[in-house]
Design a protein around this ligand. Structure first.
Ligand code: 8Y4
Length: 275
């Protein structure tokens, strides 16, 4: 199975690609302004690339429950300079984490080849037009509700079956909007409108997604369900995150979205040698 993303393509099955997380949000401890924020993000991204990231996922909007919304102009000012600089300095594939079509389009012009859309449940046709026209890779994530409301009272009759049905319905819609199915990757959206039990059921049932027509991305790194299970603080969840990475690799996931690239790489190298 092939996944096409702009001028890139990956053939699966293979060892999961590592997508390193690059947040471009002002550091609350410094007031160095936009330039300092961009510079720190570029430096962090380049260090993740050196640690073995296959993809860098660049985001300028906080998606934590209840986080304040970021305007289009603010989001553009955060992410575009970072993508422009990275495109000139690394061969690593660049992904834009955004829900906004305008940001996706500008990011692709600046050198991104993947659109990571956590709002695939609500996305407007304009986003699909841009993805279809540019032939970018497209990660369509499942979410119940919106980032503001998703953790209020997540409810499913059978979470794995419902997420699977969402993927099937979306793939038909994407094709009608002009996307090539080969551009599309799915993501169960760990933590997005899910209880701890829902997240665990999704991770247990991953093969129900990896046996579908399209590759799968899994993002569990440092998420709050690991904290709920272990009482570990957010900065102390590496070990739990690596357990999730090995489980996702075992199930045949195509991409792992992680904060800790070097450590995930080591876990996967060891996992692959055992396998
Ligand atoms: C610590 C730091 C604890 C960050 C939690 C978090 C996904 C995603 C996010 C995902 C895809 C996050 C943008 C949430 N999660 N995109 N984005 N899949 N495709 N929280 O699972 O990392 S942001």
């Amino acid at each position: 199975m092939i996944w096409r993303a702009g001028d890139r393509a990956w053939e699966f099955p293979r060892s999961p690609l590592i997508m390193g997380i690059v947040n471009v949000t002002p550091d609350s401890f410094s007031d160095g302004g936009q330039h300092a924020t961009s510079e720190a993000a570029v430096a962090h991204a380049l260090s993740l690339a050196a640690e073995g990231a296959d993809i860098l996922d660049i985001g300028g909007e906080s998606t934590r429950p209840g986080a304040p919304a970021v305007s289009e102009s603010e989001e553009l000012a955060r992410v575009i300079p970072v993508i422009e600089q990275l495109a000139g300095q690394t061969e690593t594939a660049l992904s834009i984490d955004t829900q906004k079509p305008v940001v996706a389009e500008a990011a692709i012009s600046a050198g991104a080849v993947i659109v990571n859309d956590i709002a695939a449940n609500r996305t407007e046709p304009q986003m699909w037009k841009i993805v279809a026209a540019t032939r970018a890779g497209y990660v369509a994530m499942h979410m119940q509700g919106t980032p503001q409301t998703m953790q209020d009272r997540p409810e499913y009759t059978e979470v794995v079956a419902e997420v699977r049905a969402f993927f099937e319905e979306r793939l038909e819609r994407f094709k009608k909007a002009g996307l090539n199915a080969e551009q599309v990757m799915f993501d169960p959206g760990i933590g997005f409108g899910k209880t701890v039990e829902h997240n665990l059921a999704l991770l247990t049932g991953l093969e129900r997604f990896t046996n579908m027509k399209r590759p799968l991305l899994v993002g569990a790194s440092r998420k709050s369900f690991i904290g709920r299970l272990t009482e570990a603080a957010v900065e102390d969840r590496l070990a739990g995150s690596l357990a999730c990475a090995c489980r996702a690799a075992e199930a045949g996931a195509a991409v792992l979205r992680v904060h800790d690239v070097k450590e995930t790489n080591q876990a996967l190298q060891t996992w692959n040698a055992i396998r």
